[in-house]
Design a protein around this ligand. Structure first.
Ligand code: ZN
Length: 135
């Protein structure tokens, strides 16, 4: 099977502090940690639900970064769905052959050392999908 389950859902927020209050204090999810992913210019607060599936809140650290542009265009909200995969390099080779357009032709490093790559939403009905292979 290609996609094994949802690894996480990425949610774009203007400010982590406010959003953390909702997910941690109101909804009672466990805050795993806050990471600064410099390459993508975001601070990420990672919540775990059943020990595996996570919600990642994404706060842009710079105007003009991808998440900042997303918020400007769409407002806060669901930014991407990350699918847990194995063998991400092979997947990235086969997807273009199946007609999908990739944002990342090669996997890069995400939160917690995961290897990630995005598929272009133009080829997935406007859903930004991330492939995510945990270390
Ligand atoms: Zn993600």
């Amino acid at each position: 099977m290609f996609a094994q389950r949802i690894d996480h859902i990425g949610v774009a927020v203007k400010g982590l502090d406010e959003a953390i209050k909702l997910y941690r204090d109101v909804l009672g999810m466990k805050l795993e940690g806050i990471h600064h992913v410099k390459e993508q210019k975001v601070k990420v607060a990672s919540f775990v639900m059943d020990g595996e599936t996570r919600i990642e809140l994404l706060e842009p650290t710079e105007a003009g970064s991808p998440v900042a542009r997303f918020i400007k265009k769409h407002g806060e909200g669901i930014h991407h769905i990350a699918l847990k995969v194995k063998g991400i390099e092979e997947r990235l080779e086969e997807l273009p052959k199946k007609g999908l357009r990739l944002v990342d032709k090669k996997a890069r490093v995400g939160v917690g050392g995961a290897r990630i790559a995005f598929i272009h939403p133009k080829s997935t009905g406007n859903v930004l999908l991330e492939l995510c292979e945990q270390p």
